[in-house]
Design a protein around this ligand. Structure first.
Ligand SMILES: [Ca+2]
Ligand SMILES: [Ca+2]
Ligand SMILES: [Ca+2]
Length: 355
C-alpha cells in the first residue's frame, strides 16, 4: 500500500461513523472520477463512459417501487434502467448517464415518464420542498430547493418542451452554465424502446429564487460523501396511474427530504489513470507581515525524499514545510521528489509572492 492509498483508507475509516440521517445506511454508492482529459462530451453518445467500470453501474435491481406496491419485483420487459454518475476534480458538477428501456414511453406533459434526481451536495439533510412553518408562497420563494435540489427530467420531453422541471424556486439551475444535457433516442409517444440521456448538474448549498448572483455551489471534494438519489416514474398506457414508482433510496420522500437520500462518495481517481509518480504542491500565505508561507506536498505515488528550493538561497527536506522569507520578492519555488519510480519535479513560476 503506497502513501496515497494509505491516505485514502484513513479517510474512509474516519467517515464510517457519520453514516446517519440517510437511507440505505448499509450501502455507500460511488461516483466515478473522470480524468481531466476524459471529461464526457454531452452529445448523447456513450463512448466516453466506457472507461467507467461495471462496479459504478447502478441498475434496476437497486430500485424499489414504494408507491404502487411492486416492491423489488422487477420486470425488465416493462422497465430496465442503468445509471452511472461521475465527477471531475475541480468542477462542481455531477455527470450522469441514464440508459433506459421502457415498453411504453409516455410523454404526457404532466404525468409522463420521468427520471427524478435529488441532490444534497453538503449533506445538510432535512426537508427541502415543504416547510410547514411558512405559508405556501413564502415557502416556495425562500425554501423550496434552496439547500438541496430536485430535478424532474422528462424522458423524453415532448416536442418543444424543456428537458427538466426543477421542483423548486430556481429554474435557472437547469440550463448552462449550471446544467447541460443531450438525449439519444428515436422514440415516439406510446412506443417501447431504448433511451439514452447524458447530462450534468451543479449541486448548490444555497440556490435562491433570484438567480445565481447570491448562489453558493456545493464544493465537491475528493473522497467525501454527498446525498443523492433518483427515482424512475414509469407511466405506461394509463397517465393517471404509475406503472411503477421506482426509487433508489427505497423511500418515496427522498423527493422532498434530504435525510432520505443515499450516501454517494466522490471517488479518487482509479489507479490505472495515475502515473506511478507525480509531483505537485500548493501553498498558503500564513502571515504576510512576517512573510510566512505554508507549503503543502500534493504529490502521489511512493515518495522517499522531498527537496524544496524556496528561491531565496534556502532549502528544506520536510514534506510540508513552513518557510519564512526574509525579504519581499517573487519566487520560483521547486519541489523535487524521489521514490522507487524515479525523480519528479514541480516548479511554480512567480506564484509565491511576499511583500
Ligand atoms: Ca458523450
Ligand atoms: Ca413501462
Ligand atoms: Ca413508461
Amino acid at each position: 500500500m503506497n502513501r496515497y492509498q494509505r491516505c485514502v483508507w484513513g479517510l474512509v475509516l474516519l467517515a464510517v461513523p457519520a453514516l446517519h440521517a440517510l437511507e440505505r445506511t448499509d450501502t455507500e454508492f460511488r461516483i466515478f472520477q473522470f480524468p481531466a482529459d476524459r471529461i464526457p462530451r454531452i452529445d448523447g453518445k456513450v463512448d466516453d463512459w466506457q472507461i467507467v467500470g461495471s462496479d459504478y453501474v447502478y441498475g434496476t435491481d437497486q430500485l424499489a417501487d414504494t408507491v404502487q406496491g411492486n416492491g423489488t419485483n422487477h420486470d425488465p420487459t416493462d422497465l430496465d434502467v442503468k445509471v452511472r454518475v461521475g465527477w471531475v476534480k475541480g468542477l462542481n458538477r455531477l455527470y450522469f448517464l441514464y440508459e433506459a428501456f421502457d415498453d411504453y414511453w409516455n410523454m404526457h406533459i404532466r404525468r409522463g415518464d420521468i427520471f427524478e434526481v435529488c441532490v444534497d451536495g453538503d449533506l445538510s439533510g432535512g426537508p427541502f420542498i415543504i416547510n410547514s412553518q411558512m405559508d405556501q408562497s413564502e415557502a416556495h420563494f425562500r425554501f423550496k430547493g434552496v439547500h438541496a435540489q430536485n430535478y424532474h427530467i422528462f424522458t423524453p420531453p415532448g416536442p418543444g418542451r424543456d428537458w427538466v422541471f426543477v421542483w423548486g424556486c430556481q429554474p435557472w439551475i437547469g440550463v448552462l452554465p449550471y446544467a447541460n444535457h443531450a438525449y439519444s433516442h428515436a422514440l415516439k409517444e406510446g412506443e417501447g424502446g431504448r433511451l439514452v440521456l447524458e447530462f450534468w448538474i451543479t449541486p448548490f448549498d444555497y440556490a435562491p429564487y433570484d438567480g445565481p448572483a447570491r448562489a453558493v455551489p456545493s464544493q465537491l471534494v475528493e473522497d467525501t460523501r454527498i446525498g443523492l438519489s433518483w427515482a424512475v416514474l414509469d407511466y405506461d398506457e394509463n397517465s393517471s396511474k404509475y406503472e411503477g414508482f421506482w426509487n433508489l433510496s427505497h423511500n418515496t420522500r427522498m423527493d422532498s427530504d434530504a435525510s432520505m437520500l443515499c450516501a454517494f462518495r466522490l471517488m479518487p481517481p482509479e489507479p490505472r489513470f495515475l502515473p506511478a509518480l507525480h509531483a505537485d504542491w500548493s501553498f498558503k500565505i500564513l502571515d504576510m507581515d512576517r512573510r510566512l508561507v505554508a507549503f503543502k506536498d500534493c504529490s502521489h505515488g511512493t515518495v522517499d525524499a522531498w527537496l524544496w528550493d524556496f528561491d531565496d538561497g534556502t532549502t528544506s527536506s520536510e514534506q510540508h514545510p513552513i518557510h519564512q522569507y526574509e525579504k519581499p520578492g517573487q519566487h520560483v519555488v521547486t519541489l523535487t521528489i524521489k521514490g522507487p519510480a524515479g525523480e519528479r519535479r514541480r516548479i511554480k513560476v512567480f506564484d509565491v509572492v511576499v511583500r
